[in-house]
Design a protein around this ligand. Structure first.
Ligand code: ADP
Ligand code: MG
Length: 633
């Protein structure tokens, strides 16, 4: 018996698909209704049985309290993050849910988490594949949007596990689409992947070097897609019906559903022919009929289609590329079948986009290619690595509430980076590591991903411990953080667990904010850093005043130091980092001789057989102070 098949799955917001590699060609596996697309709709029937796909759609209209769609929007999210989605989508949350808890969605009287609901879709795809092969299927590659954060990726992996699938790899959707077109064989070049689906728009710029893909920038709009066009057409039809026939059916769910079905059919027809007829039967034997041309349709849809231009430009800008540097354009998503959308892409990237493969199947086909590579079934692409990027910078909080970035936004993953830190308090035993995500300079403006303490650091003066903090984002985009004090070997680590995610709007506004606030952030950061330094030198001075060295100074020297100390204390309270720096420099100058005298006595102490560790360190602070920046590497 041949080794078990690994399937590729596109778990979409609107539609999901499963594909596999037949010889050298990826093919989609149809459902028992003969259709390739499985609508991402889940319903609970009257006997509390789960229904998925086309047969679940009627529940959306007939018993909407027993059905759910667009669940992908809630994957890896918390209740605080989804207020916008709740306004736009009829998600019914469990009533007893607390902030910070994993979301639960109500279907009838039962509740399910988003990964559980996604798992129902995955299980259906798994069944379709098992029926097709007449053999069990337990391994899969699943695609996710390039901008999915840690929690969203984890939630997707969880969904796979719940469905009884071992998720061998999560692959970014644009990367999968490029693979389906075999663009990896081109060796080098830049690819723009334009994905307009049912409810989301994504643009990704990929760079190909020596057959290796790297996502260099992503952008998009999480509330833009074919649904917007449908809703616009429905509104026009409702207005027409009211105006021409004096009938207001806008509150009649069934009538609206009939209109929705008709306008979607018309929209799809107009992608292939110059005109079509809307023919809608309303209750009471009344009919709404209307001829619609592609030109009229395009005029109506134009403002929606044009909303994709801004994100495309931003993605190019982030990638530091001009349109003429794009080598290939790939169309993804059912809505890119609209001729006007194709024209826009051609215009934007100044080349004819690839259209040979079905845009709504291309991501699943690419997932199958990746599955084949992982199963060792491919020779040409055997060594191929698929590289993706992290959408937001990752780092930790350092003294004074400042963010220290460790892995920068748009870094290729898998990625790892190491930075060195130290303590800011003498004898500090516990060191707080606060993991942050975002672009802002201050920790309070970034998203808090996790906190943990490195405990049991042996007593050392501030600045002595050598704390190595290592960030690793694995091939699935999951973040692992470890901290190690190198002198003592004490270690602690954490894997960032699925909690709730950011909304994509938040990600976007966090990125935008960082531009808006860059100047103010920079100034605040300077002030904080200067104050930290001031604290350190003032603390050292207090120590110095208690040392015998202090008595060796002349009274003029002591008076001068007191004056400089007072000056520093004064400017420290103000917001002028340059003034603080000047006062620090002055105090440093003024205490030069004191420092020398203290050094001499420290050497003398050491000679008397005491070590620095035993020298007066006071009480060991137990609370975990954040780390301080260190200048050793
Ligand atoms: P998603 O990736 O969000 O799951 P898809 O890629 O399957 O979505 O795209 C679904 C969208 O594509 C729907 O809005 C559907 O109406 C639209 N669509 C499908 N075929 C066509 C077509 N021929 N012309 C225009 N729009 C289409
Ligand atoms: Mg899609």
């Amino acid at each position: 018996m041949p080794s078990e098949r690994i399937v590729g799955i596109d778990l979409g917001t609107t539609n999901s698909l499963v594909a596999f590699m037949e010889g050298d060609t990826p093919v989609v596996i149809p459902g028992d209704d003969g259709l390739n697309l499985v609508p991402s709709v889940v319903a609970l029937d009257e006997r509390d049985q789960i229904i998925v796909g086309n047969s679940a759609r009627k529940y959306l209209i007939e018993t909407p309290e027993r059905a759910v769609y667009s669940i992908k929007r809630l994957m890896g999210r918390g209740i605080e993050d989804i207020q916008e989605e709740l306004k736009l989508f009829p998600f019914r949350l469990a009533a007893d849910m607390q902030a910070g808890e994993v979301l639960r969605i109500k279907l009838g009287d039962k509740t399910f988490t988003p990964p559980e609901i996604s798992a129902f879709i995955l299980r259906q795809l798994k069944r379709n594949a098992e029926r097709f092969f007449n053999a069990p299927v337990t391994k899969a590659v699943i695609t996710v949007p390039a901008y999915f954060n840690d929690a969203q990726r984890q939630a997707t992996k969880d969904a796979g596990r719940i469905a009884g699938l071992e998720v061998l790899r999560l692959v970014n959707e644009p990367t999968a689409a490029s693979l389906a077109y075999g663009l990896d064989k081109k060796q080098n070049g830049v690819v723009a992947v334009y994905d307009l689906g049912g409810g989301t728009f994504d643009i990704s710029i990929l760079k190909l070097h020596d057959g290796i893909f790297e996502v260099i920038s992503t952008n998009g709009d999480t509330h833009l897609g074919g649904d917007d066009i449908d809703n616009l057409l429905i509104r026009i039809a409702l207005d027409d019906i009211k105006g021409d026939m004096g009938l207001d059916v806008s509150r009649n769910g069934e009538a609206v559903a009939t209109i929705r079905k008709a306008v979607i059919e018309a929209k799809i027809a107009l992608s292939a022919q110059p005109s079509t007829k809307l023919d809608i039967e309303l209750s009471g034997g009344k009919r709404y009929q209307r001829e619609i041309t592609r030109e009229q349709f395009e005029q109506l849809a134009q403002p929606i289609i044009e909303r994709t231009i801004g994100p495309c430009k931003q993605a190019l800008k982030d990638a530091k590329l001009k349109p003429e540097q794009i080598g290939e354009a790939v169309l993804v998503g059912g809505s890119t079948r609209i001729p006007k959308v194709r024209a826009l892409v051609e215009d934007m990237f100044q080349r004819t986009p690839h259209t040979d493969l079905n845009p709504d199947e291309v991501v699943a086909l690419g997932a199958a290619v990746q599955a084949n590579i992982l199963s060792g079934g491919s020779t040409a692409t055997e060594n191929m690595l698929l590289l993706d990027v992290t959408p937001l910078s990752l780092g930790i909080e350092v003294a004074g509430g400042v963010t220290d970035k460790i892995i920068l936004r748009n870094s290729t993953i898998p990625a790892s980076a190491t930075q060195y830190y130290t303590t800011q308090v003498d004898g500090q035993a516990n060191v707080a590591i606060h993991v942050l995500q975002g672009e802002r300079e201050l920790a309070k403006d970034c998203r808090s991903l996790a906190r943990f303490d490195l405990r049991g650091v042996p007593p050392m003066p501030a600045g002595m411990p050598r704390i190595e903090v290592k960030f690793l984002i694995d091939a699935n985009g999951i973040l692992h953080v470890s901290a190690r004090e190198q002198r003592s070997g004490k270690e602690a680590e954490i894997e960032v667990q699925p909690s709730y995610g950011l909304t994509d709007d938040q990600v976007e506004s966090m990125i935008l904010d960082s531009f808006d606030y860059a100047e103010e952030d920079f100034r605040q950061r300077q002030v904080i850093e200067a104050c930290n330094e001031a604290e350190t030198i003032l603390a050292a001075l207090d120590k110095g005043k208690k040392s015998p060295a202090w008595e060796q100074l002349t009274s003029d020297e002591r008076k001068q130091i007191a004056k400089l100390q007072k000056a520093l204390n004064q400017v420290k309270a103000e917001d002028d980092y340059e003034a603080i720096r000047r006062a620090i420099d002055a105090l440093n100058q003024g205490t030069m001789r004191l420092a020398e005298l203290m050094m001499d006595s420290a050497v003398a102490t050491a000679l008397k057989g005491k070590t620095m560790d035993q020298a007066d360190l006071g009480e060991r602070p137990q609370a975990g102070h954040p780390v301080a920046k260190a200048d050793f590497e």
